[in-house]
Design a protein around this ligand. Sequence first.
Ligand SMILES: [Zn+2]
Length: 598
Amino acid sequence: MAVKQIPLEPVLATLRPVSLTMHEIEVELFFPAEAVEGGAVLALPVWTPGSYLVRDYARFLDRLEVVDGAGQPSPFRKADTHRWRVEGSARGVKVTYRLFCNDLTVRTNHVDAHHAHLVGAATFLYVEGQPARPYEVRFEGWPKGWRAATSLPRREGSYLAEDHDTLVDSPFELGTFRMHTFRARGCEFQVAITGQHPGDEGRIMDGAEAIVGAAARIFGGFPFRRYLFLLTFSPKVRGGLEHRDCTSLLADPQQLERAEGYYDLFTLIAHEFFHVWNVKRMRDAVLGPFDYQAENPSRLLWFHEGFTSFLQYDLVLKAGVAPWSWVSRKLAASWTDNTTRAGRLEQSLEEASFDAWIRHYKPTEFSANSTVSYYDMGAMVGWMLDAELRLATGGAKGLDGLFALLWERHGDGPVTDADVRGACRDLLGRDPQAFWAAHIQGRAPLDAAGIEKAYGLRLNARAPWEALPGAEAEDPDALRRARVWAGLTFQGGAAVVQNVVPGSPAARAGLGYGMEILAVDGWRTASAQEVQGRLGDAGPGDQVQVLAAERGRLETFPMTLAENPQRAVHITTDPKATPAQKAAFQAWTGQPFPARRA
Ligand SMILES: [Zn+2]
């Protein structure tokens, strides 16, 4: 016998500005009687999906008041930092509170005189134990001419979220944004652009359309009817957050003064759009439904974020919106970072994923020596696996083919590490466990052999003195300066030590984090550049006297310099590349094999 589901009554939410310049808004929530019958606990999430850090959004919430259905103050008690216990009422209860919204990121609220960007997790209380309860959201009292952009459907002046997860997954942008639209494969795409910039919005739209087209070719279409890009320009910001039917993007307007800035924006768009499939639908079971009150650690972020960070380049290349010359420089820089970073052998990708909450999102001065990034290292390992797949399939399938197969098998549902390995096994025709043991569960160094073999590329590692330009390559002073190494990095331009590479000359000399280097061999050093310059007066094997200040005390550290072990990778094409390698390159990038040096 079928049991007829009685629809839950919605929470009625009304959002009003209090002071745009003070970044304050008021939220009014009416909880129907059935939601609070016998009392209820109302909670605010401590984090938002996609950004793996406990943010304690309740610290921005003030002046909470509760009245019953008759408008009389109703007792309530704060149960812990982010939960409130309210009494039941036969006519429902109305809760109002203020939110301070002054953090312009894709995972926090930002309200000012020009716009409002509101994220569900930071905005709406929910009834504990009632995740299926729908919400109706209205906006009142906002400036004349402002509109709202959201992926939620609209009915009679309200936006409807079918449950709390959907509400959290559907940010709102309010303001006077410019709305562009296009259609692809029967689906509607909207791009709401906020903020001034010197660029060409037609070019942004053409790029977005080409990118979604490239993704549809991998997955055979789109798993939605409508998709919304919220793109906000503001100086010195960059970021994106994925949602099922929408994404929030932040970009620096100045980047649109250069072609590379468009490539970077398109790569961000491609990354977030790939998440439509990878993490928002195919996902580790801990990543939805979520526990909004605690950390939800996943061992699969190398897959969800790292592989997406490789596929972002796949998409922009296939879409033809960024050239190989630019992508190859980005890949080379990431390969260099992940083959020289001091912590590259200290953490597996699984470990880096699981600890994202306390490591990646809470970096310290020691992070570079003790961690890898599941984004960057994950992307490079993804590239290696992409090459393995090409080699095993005669160039036909790479990581894109792996995702197409996973989508076919798992679609909108949970995916496990074993599922990913299983799909790999079926494409490779062999068990990929050795690769997993080395690069996912283990800490083996990156290996370019498969990439070179699959695509006819060369990943050449060059010492700093081999990369000197023009006449400097012949200049003995320039060569010595490039050769000498202390193992120090600095905080911006100041002569303050940011990192000391373990085992380096600086570490052996006793230099440490946060020390200010005042002089080298008696010469005053007022900046990081001057320290590097004075160190370059000596050569590998020479001893220098470093005067440094630590916690107010001055000390001289004798330091014996070494030869620079850093090697920077640059990517070229193999002049003897075979037709099969060239075909594999074209299958990967959608672009012809580069005629000469890449
Ligand atoms: Zn991502």
